[in-house]
Design a protein around this ligand. Structure first.
Ligand SMILES: *Cc1c(COP(=O)(O)O)cnc(C)c1O
Length: 919
């Protein structure tokens, strides 16, 4: 294939490395069939074989022997022999059978081949052992590679818990490529003495390496091994790395950079030592302390005298009335139920045993200092974090459009919310994310008011429901330049999986925190900061500060980052399984508060199965997360491409590209969309690195208004008639999401359904004539064009702003919230009434008594204490959704009579004032 063709399909080509590979093998199989049946000649097969290219070297299977056998059959003009072997290999790759069937590894002529003992003995229960590949970077000459791989194979023992094959490469470049394209690689053995440059010059190699340019620029041959280790860890932090050297191993081991190497060894040491270490490394990730113990616990005969009749299942299986529940869930669910914290089950509220260890392992996996398992969803995680860190009167800057758990968390903690607005996407009736400029302005305004010391936290959703990803690093750096001890809460409910993609990871809270920490340690950091201080001068204007990319003082910053993940939303955890990830240099100071917050919100009867699933979800991601996430991204790119390019579907439906989701001012890299013509995947990388917002490819806004459906009815149609469930809706779109469980068959199903629907519209329009077309166009027009303006947050009523800055908009949401508990202080005004219009015009102000949250769009258009404006009422009147939380149509808006509430000051504020004075 020539270079330009290779380049032109780069983005999806890259993300689809695994399935792209199966496609190439399918093509080879097809070409072989044509050759054998005489419809095509040998040349087609040769071409297909060349297409497979150098990247086959980065996989253990089929390996050099089988490939040589294929080439041999080709040279001998043995079309049938070739077909049979090509077929076998391609099926083995597609099914993954080679991972547990030794026969697949044998060459064409079984009688001649030395049998390859891939699975010397299957485990006692007949289940084959998990298979992985070990990347082996070696200076040995090419001719020795098969022997080296065979040597590792000979080390296998029947008692090994896992089985692996070695993948051999000879250079840093090849090693990086192999780690990128082969998700089965789980361990790396680096033998010193290998070269920097690949012996290949293949475009695929170059395009993978382009992203690693910084790594390749600092050429210092002496350090190659450690540099490779660092490079691999930057791409896939979960990999175990073993460094084999024939010199100064003690010295190497003492190098601080060797911290990322699991073990440094002498090259001449027993290979068995390496073999055992590699298996032990996998075991360390495979282990699930809580789940393992729960399984043991379930096997023990235990008589229970605690309050959980369902434990052991006797109340279920003995009952003639509810036995079906037992049959449905199976006995293990009941054997694994317990209210005990004995028997090694540990206590989620005060973990000291295997829950503690499970959390520590999760911290390692997710790149945090501490992880807390939460069994009541991220709704609870967010409230815990807010309660732990925020005291009454503290100011929190947050997206008004964030999940309601944040708003309620602020009510509970008595904080003063400073709402900031995301950029609106009026055409879809949804919001994007909050521009950094807005956040900086909030901080600088508070500073001007002399209230910066009151600001404790910036609280943002990353990524947003619709896929806007913040530049987390930049947000934190610039905010820390204004207030160096600010706390960040990144609600990454949807985004937990991002840790396992090298492209998305830097855009997570934890990923950015690690990068900032590393940056702050470099001498360049302080120089950058001092340069900027000099440039800005003594008193830079507000505009100047807003326009400058601020560099924090690396000596002053106190990095305090919290991230919450709904593990159940993107990984294999049971519903409500959530984690709080912590990277906070002051954590020791707030640990006691944090525990209080856990005690406040966590159930004293946490569900064992949930905890186990969090443990297991971590194991899965550490062992196969990289490949799974790559697959989820690939599925998303497939859907994007198919919908937008299909001749019939694309007439009625479209998936909004990055250019439609992120306004160009926040997309300075010029990136248009993943699959836009001429886009290469390094453009995508640049966008992810530089742009203020980028789009998560796995979150797809499918516009259905152009097919005459509003979001809610389209969602209903897909669910009721086609068994397809989608995520949230907007006025004229639905949100599709791919995740780690999707396959290409799901893509095929979705596309076939969209095609059916599109075709039925076509038929209807054809048969219905002019009137039908007119009605259709009117519907589309109404859905796509007559969209109500989104109402911004207006302001808190003065009653709730007595403790606020003169020019800044924060307010006391808690007093307003509890003010509504006294019915005498409340009144109701229907939004369609004349009174409503009169009040808007002549007053007195209407002040919302509670949160009003319509679904969709799902953000509070009113919060307690907020003055109701024309904008909000107009939006509500136009809103054609049925579900509005906090609004009873029959009674009208619930409002506060502020003259009755006004007299009293809340206790919370008094405390806050005293607190401020005291400190
Ligand atoms: C779903 C969600 C939550 C709440 O998480 P649960 O696990 O459902 O409790 C919080 N924040 C955001 C952004 C969410 O999408």
């Amino acid at each position: 294939m020539n270079e330009s063709v290779q380049e032109s399909r780069s983005i999806d080509h890259f993300f689809s490395a695994p399935s792209g590979r199966t496609d190439l093998w399918r093509d080879l199989h097809a070409a072989a069939r044509s050759w054998a049946s005489g419809t095509k000649n040998r040349r087609a097969v040769e071409a297909a074989l060349t297409e497979l290219g150098v990247s086959e070297e980065f996989h253990a299977f089929p390996g050099a022997d089988l490939l040589a056998a294929l080439r041999g059959l080709l040279q001998n003009d043995d079309a049938n022999g070739f077909l049979s072997l090509a077929k076998r290999i391609s099926i083995a790759i597609i099914t993954g059978n080679y991972k547990h069937d030794a026969k697949e590894w044998q060459a064409a002529d079984l009688s001649l081949a030395e049998p390859v003992d891939i699975v010397p003995a299957s485990a006692a229960d007949g289940v084959s052992r998990p298979y992985f590949e070990m990347l082996t970077v070696t200076p040995a000459p090419l001719g020795r590679w098969p022997h080296i791989a065979a040597e590792f194979r000979r080390l296998r023992r029947s008692e090994d818990a896992f089985v692996y094959e070695a993948v051999l490469v000879g250079s840093l470049e090849d090693a990086i490529c192999a780690a990128v394209v082969n998700p089965d690689i789980a361990a790396v053995a680096i033998y010193e003495g290998f070269t920097l440059r690949s012996r290949h010059d293949a475009p695929v190699l170059r395009s993978v390496l382009a992203a690693q340019q910084p790594l390749l620029d600092q050429v210092d041959e002496a350090d190659l091994a450690l540099r490779l280790a660092a490079g691999l860890k930057a791409i896939r932090p979960e990999l175990d790395i073993y460094l084999l050297s024939d010199r100064r191993v003690e010295k190497l081991a003492g190098d601080p950079r060797a911290a990322m190497v699991r073990r440094v060894m002498y090259q001449i040491e027993e290979p068995l030592e390496l073999h055992l270490s590699v298996l032990e490394g996998i075991q360390a990730r495979f282990e699930t302390p809580f789940f393992d113990n729960l399984k043991r616990y379930a096997q023990r005969p235990i008589a229970t005298f605690h309050a959980l009749p369902i434990a052991r299942g006797k109340s279920v299986f003995r009952s003639p009335w509810i036995r079906d529940m037992g049959q449905f869930y199976g006995i293990n669910l009941f054997l694994a139920e317990s209210s005990a914290t004995t028997g090694g089950l540990d206590s989620l509220l005060e973990p000291t045993g295997n829950i503690k260890r499970a959390q520590e392992m999760a911290a390692r996996a997710f790149g945090a200092d501490h992880v807390f398992f939460v069994t009541n969803g991220t709704s609870t995680s967010n409230k815990m974090v807010l309660q732990a860190l925020i005291a009454p009167g503290d100011i929190v800057i947050l997206d008004r459009n964030c999940h309601k758990s944040h708003h309620y968390g602020l009510v509970l903690s008595g904080a003063q919310p400073f709402y900031v607005e995301a950029f609106p996407m009026v055409e879809f009736s949804m919001y994007g994310a909050v521009p950094l400029r807005t956040i900086k302005k909030a901080l600088l305004d508070l500073k001007a008011e002399g209230r910066l010391d009151r600001v404790k936290m910036v609280d943002l959703t990353n990524c947003t429901f619709d896929g806007h990803i913040y530049n987390t690093r930049r947000v934190m750096e610039e905010c820390l330049a204004i207030k160096p001890d600010l706390i960040f809460l990144w609600d990454e409910a949807w985004f937990g999986f991002a840790r396992w993609s090298p492209f998305l990871r830097p855009r997570t809270g934890m990923g950015a925190a690690a990068d900032i920490e590393a940056w702050a340690k470099t001498p360049e950091a302080l120089a950058q900061h001092e340069r900027q201080v000099a440039e800005l001068g003594a008193s830079p204007s507000l505009e100047k500060l807003l326009d400058t990319r601020l560099v924090p003082d690396p000596r002053a910053i106190r990095l305090r980052v919290y991230q919450t993940n709904s593990t159940h939303k993107s990984m294999s955890a049971i519903r409500q399984g959530s984690m709080v990830l912590v990277r906070d240099v002051e954590f020791h100071r707030v640990e006691a508060q944090f525990h209080e917050a856990v005690f406040t919100h966590a159930s004293t009867s946490p569900n064992q199965q949930l905890i186990a699933s969090l443990d297991v979800a971590r194991r899965q991601m550490e062992l196969e997360g990289y490949g799974l996430v790559m697959n989820a991204i690939e599925v998303a790119l497939d859907i994007r491409r198919e919908v937008n390019s299909h001749p019939v579907i694309a007439k009625y439906f479209s998936i909004v590209g990055a250019d439609g989701m992120v306004p160009s001012e926040y997309r300075r890299s010029g990136f248009v969309d993943f699959l836009a013509p001429g886009t290469r995947w390094d453009d995508q990388l640049r966008s992810m690195r530089e742009d203020e917002f980028c789009l998560d490819p796995t979150r797809m806004t499918l516009v259905c208004g152009t097919a005459g459906f509003d979001g809610t009815s389209f969602k209903g149609l897909l669910a009721s008639q086609y068994n397809i469930q989608v995520n949230k809706t907007s006025r004229n779109s639905v949100l599709l999401q791919s995740n780690i469980n999707n396959t290409r068959s799901d893509v095929a199903l979705l596309i076939s359904v969209l095609l059916k629907i599109s075709e039925s519209i076509e038929t209807r329009l054809k048969q219905g004539g002019d009137s039908e077309r007119k009605a259709f166009n009117a519907k589309v027009q109404s859905l796509m064009k007559d969209v109500p303006d989104l109402p911004n947050f207006s302001h808190f009523h003065e009653t709730f702003r007595q403790d606020a800055g003169d020019t800044t908009p924060e307010g006391d949401i808690r007093s307003a919230f509890f003010g509504a508990y006294n019915e005498e202080q409340c009144e109701y005004v229907p939004i369609d009434s004349a009174e409503c219009d009169r009040r808007l015009k002549d007053g007195p102000d209407m002040v919302s008594a509670n949160f009003v949250i319509p679904y969709p769009p799902g953000f509070p258009i009113m919060v307690p204490g907020q003055v109701v404006t024309h904008e909000t009422i107009t939006f509500m009147r136009k809103l054609d959704v049925k579900e509005i939380h906090g609004y009873e149509k029959a009674r009208g808006l619930k409002l506060l009579k502020v003259d009755r509430v006004g007299g009293k000051k809340s206790g919370g504020q008094e405390t806050a004032r005293k607190k401020t004075r005291a400190t």
